[in-house]
Design a protein around this ligand. Structure first.
Ligand code: GUN
Ligand code: ZN
Length: 429
């Protein structure tokens, strides 16, 4: 059978959330493991010996002692900001006005949007990321560009047209009505086609009028199976601005809830500086947060308390927030999450970091039954890690006496050189 592939290597399966159960209870490590792929799905996992015997005709890919993981899932990114990543010296609102909006304006050119979409998917794939949830720009063709490119690659992605009808420059503003109409048309065109999902995307409360938030809330009510993504409580200046723009609101989260934009398919990026009422409402409604650690240090936003949010029962994904985030790499993002955890008094275990970058982000996107776990029935998106990709990492990993100790130097110091192979939809990518 030509499309049956048998991958041999070390395998790591996380059968549950390592924040909710002891690592040893959820982690299965096979030092000589195997993953059988057929028809875009994981057909079986087990030991190399067992699966080789059972599937002698499968095409063999022997990765030695490299580590086979689910592909990384980046739960919050802005693909249009690819070319302005690592721009110096600004905080959020200033950074948006100085770097982000001028660059997003350039995507008015459909050819430029298509080139950036392809560049972004190339760069993220080189870092082992197989699924992203991305903002686009206000231009509907910026959604078409990313969706069409992902579709061509067989990739599962989620994306949506960014909506803004105030506090953005001329040329980057839509209206309440056009945001509704364009989002609806895009959603009807792309949502559920192949592996593509649509996310209704008001950028954040400061760049939407109450009328626009209400229009997008109405659209979400008509299509509750879509995700809704936005930003929440990233910087203290932003929160003060929201308070002045929405004097009736109880708090930042209430600006969304009052317009029908809070629910179990809601995805709230950053969510660092939350009031107790906001935390309680997010948990009650089953909403998901997305932690963007390299962005939070790079733009100077603050320290997200992962351990506290997980203890409150919230779903939390992990993300680069490219290009407010300073990297395309989920390895670098895990390292930053570890460092922020340390500053908040919790050392996240390597199993928790890997889980956040795979199943945790998949769960935040409500895709946890399809991607993010190395188990039969899941979609065949895989990343194969070289745990000795550079001399500095190799010399540390050589001292390790467990997989966790061998993996952690790659989490902390690894980059695209650690990505040995990527599989998307059951095929080498
Ligand atoms: N808040 C509103 N828009 C953005 C954005 O593009 N990046 C970040 N980091 N925060 C935002
Ligand atoms: Zn963002």
């Amino acid at each position: 059978m030509p499309d049956t592939h048998l991958l041999l290597g070390q395998t790591l399966t996380l059968a549950g959330d390592p924040f909710a159960a002891p690592v040893d209870a959820v982690a299965r490590i096979d030092s000589r493991g195997a993953v059988l792929l057929r028809g875009g799905q994981i057909a079986a996992t087990g030991t190399a010996d067992d699966l080789r015997r059972a599937h002698p005709k499968a095409v063999l890919h022997d990765y030695g002692d490299r580590l086979i993981l689910p592909g990384f899932v980046d739960a919050h990114a802005h693909y249009p900001q690819t070319a302005i990543i690592a721009s110096w010296g600004k905080r959020l609102i200033d950074w948006l006005n100085t770097y982000t909006f001028p660059e997003e304006m350039r995507l008015a050119d459909p050819d430029y949007a298509a080139a950036i979409a392809a560049r972004y998917l190339d760069l993220t794939r080189a870092h082992g990321t197989t699924t992203v949830c991305s903002y686009c720009t206000i231009h509907p063709h910026s959604v078409d560009a990313l969706m069409a490119e992902a579709q061509r690659r067989g990739q599962r992605i989620v994306a949506g047209k960014t909506c803004m009808d105030r506090n953005a420059p001329e040329g980057l503003r839509d209206t309440a009505q056009s945001a509704y109409d364009d989002s609806k048309a895009l959603l009807e065109h792309w949502h559920g086609v192949d592996r593509l999902g649509y996310a209704i995307t008001p950028r954040f409360s400061p760049t939407s009028t109450p009328e626009q938030l209400a229009a997008l809330g109405a659209l979400w009510a008509e299509h509750p199976d879509c995700l809704m993504q936005t930003h929440l409580s990233e910087q203290t200046d932003e929160i003060a601005w929201v308070r002045s723009l929405y004097p009736q609101a109880l708090d930042y989260l209430d600006t969304y809830e009052a317009h029908g934009l809070l629910g179990p398919n809601g995805l709230y990026g950053h969510a660092i500086h939350l009031e107790p009422r906001e935390r309680a409402r997010l948990a009650e409604t089953g909403a998901a947060l997305v932690h963007c650690p390299t962005s939070n240090t790079f733009i100077g936003s603050g320290l997200f308390d992962m351990a506290a949010r997980k203890a409150e029962g919230l779903r939390v994904g992990l993300a680069t927030d490219t290009g407010g985030g300073s990297s395309f790499s989920m390895l670098r993002t895990m390292a930053a999450a570890y460092e922020i955890g340390q500053l908040s008094g919790t050392a996240l275990h390597p199993a928790q970091l890997i889980w956040l970058a795979t199943a945790g982000s998949a769960e935040a996107l409500n895709l946890g039954d399809r991607i993010g776990t190395l188990a039969p029935g899941f979609e065949a998106d895989l990343t194969v890690l070289d745990l000795a990709s550079t001399p500095d990492i190799a010399q540390r990993a050589a001292r390790a006496d467990s997989l966790w100790e061998a993996l952690f130097p790659t989490i902390m110091m690894g980059d695209d050189r650690a990505i040995h192979a990527v599989w998307i939809n059951g095929a080498p990518a």
